[in-house]
Design a protein around this ligand. Structure first.
Ligand SMILES: [Zn+2]
Length: 214
């Protein structure tokens, strides 16, 4: 079972990807992990990627795709895998399809965790982090006993810059420009499955397992 996860930043696709990986016993593959592993092991691809990253440049699509394809050829992927954070753009999706095609393979599902922007902005703006110990909370979903004060260490709670509405909006607009076209791309291939990501985490997961099968 070869799956890719789609969804806006903050839609909760990473959490769902982990749960899928656990239930179906397939590796959860994120590009960040692949980069780190290749750089640590000093592979040829890792060395190439590092020269870009050291200069603060984006790793080119072709090289990212080579790294991903190299990863999915490994033994633990023989029963499938779940890709999280790749592909991000149409050119990446096309390179991936071409590379898999050469191996006589193709993706089975593209799961789109669908959450409206305003919902994501609201969710993120409720996050709070402790300035003392780094514990995280949510004003609605995981509130502290006393408002604005850390349960663990008693220090003050703040809304991090990353979670501020204007920052979240910026990330969302990048997502809509670059990644949302993938939804139509995979719909055209007949493998796109939408799930309502506004629901409870467990309800979303149930919807995904209904799609993937028990
Ligand atoms: Zn604290």
């Amino acid at each position: 079972m070869k799956i890719i996860m789609l969804g806006a930043p903050g839609a909760g696709k990473g959490t769902q990807a982990k749960k899928i990986a656990e239930k179906y016993q397939i590796p959860h593959i994120s590009t960040g992990d692949i980069f780190r592993a290749n750089i640590k092991d000093g592979t040829e691809l890792g060395k190439k990627a590092k020269t870009y990253m050291d200069q603060g440049l984006l790793v080119p699509d072709e090289l990212v795709c080579d790294l991903v394809v190299d990863r999915v050829k490994q033994d633990d992927c023989r029963n499938g895998y779940i890709l999280d954070g790749f592909p991000r753009t149409i050119p990446q999706a096309e390179s991936l399809d071409a590379a898999l095609g050469q191996m006589g393979e193709s993706l089975d599902f593209a799961i789109n965790v669908d959450v409206p922007d305003e919902h994501i902005v609201n969710r993120m703006s409720g996050r709070r982090a402790c300035v003392g110990c780094g514990a995280t909370y949510h004003t609605v979903y995981a509130p502290t006993k006393k408002e604005g004060v850390c349960d663990v260490c008693g220090a003050e709670l703040i809304l991090r810059d990353d979670d501020k509405p204007e920052t979240v909006q910026k990330r969302l607009s990048v997502y809509h420009d670059q990644t949302q076209p993938l939804i139509d791309y995979y719909r055209g291939k007949g493998i796109l499955k939408d799930v309502d990501g506004t629901k409870d985490m467990d309800v979303v997961f149930q919807a995904i397992t209904d799609i993937l099968g028990a």
